[in-house]
Design a binder for this molecule. Structure first.
Ligand SMILES: Cc1cc2nc3c(=O)[nH]c(=O)nc-3n(C[C@H](O)[C@H](O)[C@H](O)COP(=O)(O)OP(=O)(O)OC[C@H]3O[C@@H](n4cnc5c(N)ncnc54)[C@H](O)[C@@H]3O)c2cc1C
Length: 555
């Protein structure tokens, strides 16, 4: 079996599949430790109760409220119940989590959480986990096809035969057959111009699933993180606000008192980002930025807990947060939507699974709580690894990719490389990113979304003549960027189409002008988008409620 993607979700899935007895290989367009999970800073959530009374039930209640009641409560309950066990497993493998004065795993406050629940390794938690999982991968001798760019799922007779990949280091199309495939390709943040995501987060897995006929769920929900450094867009971790960082407007006022009088800076991210955007729109910002003040932390706390954040501020903004507040603004950060999958990563195709940010279980509903997605990669990566291994082990015989599927892929690449005239991807990509921010950002509105769909149609038309200037076979990033742009354009159409149809404001989907209220009567449901041959089908499926009835959400 194959796992596509070697971030935290992909590596955790591969480890579990191996331990379940399956023959597994990982395929990744990056070296595993360069995966985007390494950028995760603040921490990972589990109800350990080390910093105040806590329980999986309380974790579930916070997650459901954070999701604006769109998260599936059965999946959330399972996730919260299994999270502590996974933390102890990571610790047994050697994760260097911080400890409190009594020697227990330390837990810090994060937005939208009623108690300090976020386990951490200073402000480099993702880096620590990625290295740890890679070590476990190597210890098991799991094969990794590194720097292989997968761009197509090969589907025939109702099941997936494997994938087509472009070998970046040697050039050439490789057909990799498999009895089961797990998509763990991460998120889509680079659909937006101002994004905290790495350049590699280009929605590849979501778009491949879409093209293979699978439905994508809740695509309209994109999380804007309240504290991205201005103007670079790099993330300043929520742990800064968790540990007392203050948000100020240009009048020096703690403006969150207007939007979340109790939780203030620690309201959920959608609420804080909307508060910030409202301040910016009202002219109470400094050239479009608010201020994050952490001067009162003092040198010792700053260096012990936020050395990475201070380095980032010094390097990319030339500001020492011990001396001056940091300019910040909301930036695209996380996609709550993704490939519709269940708690074992199962999708509509029996032998295709999804885990991590590429998937929509749905754990986060309309808004994710910080710290829940690293945990998602571990809990659901593990579960998808186990389920896919069982699927692969239960199948007799090998799997094959028809030669015609491979030659189809070769023709597609040859056509791109042979084109002599056209437009380079960059201009189209820039227009996509800027316009998505403008027309499908923190606040949305019917007219802008319709304009965005028209613009996307135009960009997709131009993409038909995209020019790959580098004609070489080896390390041809021109080629992969062109393929990535195709993924991003397809996804953007689906995102905006779903956004137009959701005529309410819920979580990260805010329509203050035309539909300012949440509408449980008509929209307490998940959107599902399918798309084939330019035919887009939008349907809905119910939200699973176990015991938390939707309530008005206040922080
Ligand atoms: C700056 C930042 C900080 C964050 N901090 C936190 C935090 O503190 N706590 C928290 O819970 N969450 C945090 N998040 C969110 C969290 O880090 C991510 O959601 C999570 O790490 C995603 O993991 P993943 O394994 O799904 O994907 P990734 O880590 O993005 O891995 C994707 C993998 O897929 C591979 N891939 C992609 N496309 C292809 C292709 N076409 N062919 C082959 N391989 C492919 C890549 O090479 C990579 O190996 C943060 C996010 C950001 C952006």
């Amino acid at each position: 079996m194959l796992v596509i993607g070697a971030g935290c979700a992909g590596m955790r899935a591969a480890i579990e599949a191996h331990d379940a007895g399956a023959e597994v290989a990982l395929v990744s367009k990056l070296h595993p430790t360069r995966s985007h999970s390494g950028a995760a800073r603040g921490g990972i959530n589990a109800a350990l109760g080390n910093a105040g009374a806590d329980s999986p039930e309380a974790h579930a209640a916070d997650t459901i409220k954070g999701s604006d009641y769109l998260g599936d409560q059965d999946a959330i309950e399972l996730f919260c119940a299994e999270a502590p066990g996974d933390i102890y497993q990571l610790e047994r493998w050697g994760a260097l989590f911080d400890r409190d004065a009594e020697g227990r795993l330390a837990q810090r406050p994060f937005g939208g959480a009623g108690v300090s629940r976020t386990v951490h390794a200073a402000d480099v938690t993702g880096h620590v986990l990625l290295q740890l999982l890679y070590e476990q991968l190597l210890a098991r001798g799991i094969r990794v096809y590194e720097e292989f760019f997968v761009w197509r799922l090969v589907v025939g007779d109702g099941s997936c035969r494997g994938v087509l990949a472009w070998d970046l280091a040697r050039g050439g199309v490789k057909a990799l057959a498999a009895k089961a495939v797990i998509l763990a390709t991460g998120g889509s943040g680079r659909v937006y111009h101002g994004s905290t995501n790495a350049h590699a987060c280009t929605a590849d897995g979501m778009a491949m699933a879409l093209r293979a006929g699978l439905p994508l769920e809740d695509l309209e929900f994109v999380q804007f993180h309240p504290t991205t450094l201005f103007p670079s867009g790099l993330l300043v971790t929520e742990a800064v606000r968790g540990e007392g960082g203050l948000l100020l407007n240009s009048d020096g006022e703690r403006f969150m008192s207007r939007y979340a009088p109790e939780a203030m800076e620690l309201a959920s991210r959608d609420v804080v980002s909307r508060g910030e955007q409202t301040e910016i729109d009202a002219g109470r910002s400094l050239d479009g930025a608010l201020l994050l003040d952490m001067r009162h932390f003092g040198r010792e706390k700053m260096l012990e807990r936020f050395h990475g954040t201070r380095d980032l501020a010094l390097t990319y903004a030339g500001i020492d947060p011990l001396e001056r507040p940091l300019p910040v603004r909301p930036g695209a950060h996380y996609h709550m939507g993704g490939v519709a999958s269940d708690v074992d990563g199962r999708t509509e195709l029996a032998n295709v699974f999804a885990a991590g940010e590429v998937a929509c279980v749905s754990l986060h509903g309309a808004n994710r709580l910080g710290g829940n997605s690293l945990m998602e990669t571990i809990v659901f990566g593990r579960r998808a690894g186990r389920a896919a291994a069982e699927q692969a082990l239960g199948k007799s015989g090998g799997s094959e990719i028809e030669p015609s599927a491979r030659s189809d892929g070769e023709r597609e690449i040859a056509k791109l490389l042979e084109r002599r005239e056209g437009e380079r991807p960059k201009a189209i990509r820039d227009e996509l990113g800027v316009s998505m921010h403008e027309n499908f950002g923190v606040f949305r509105e019917e007219g802008k979304m319709r304009r965005q769909l028209e613009l996307l149609e135009d960009l997709r038309e131009r993409y038909q003549q995209v020019l790959v200037e580098d004609k070489g076979a080896v390390w041809n990033s021109d080629l992969t960027q062109a393929l990535e742009l195709g993924f991003q354009l397809d996804l953007a159409v689906c995102m905006v189409s779903a956004g137009l149809e959701r005529r309410e404001s819920r979580g990260a989907h805010a329509r203050p002008d035309d539909y300012p209220e949440r509408d449980d009567q008509n929209f307490l449901k998940h959107s599902l988008v399918r798309w084939s041959n330019d035919w887009l089908d939008l349907s809905w499926k119910p939200v699973t409620i176990t015991k938390w009835q939707p309530k008005r959400r206040q922080y």
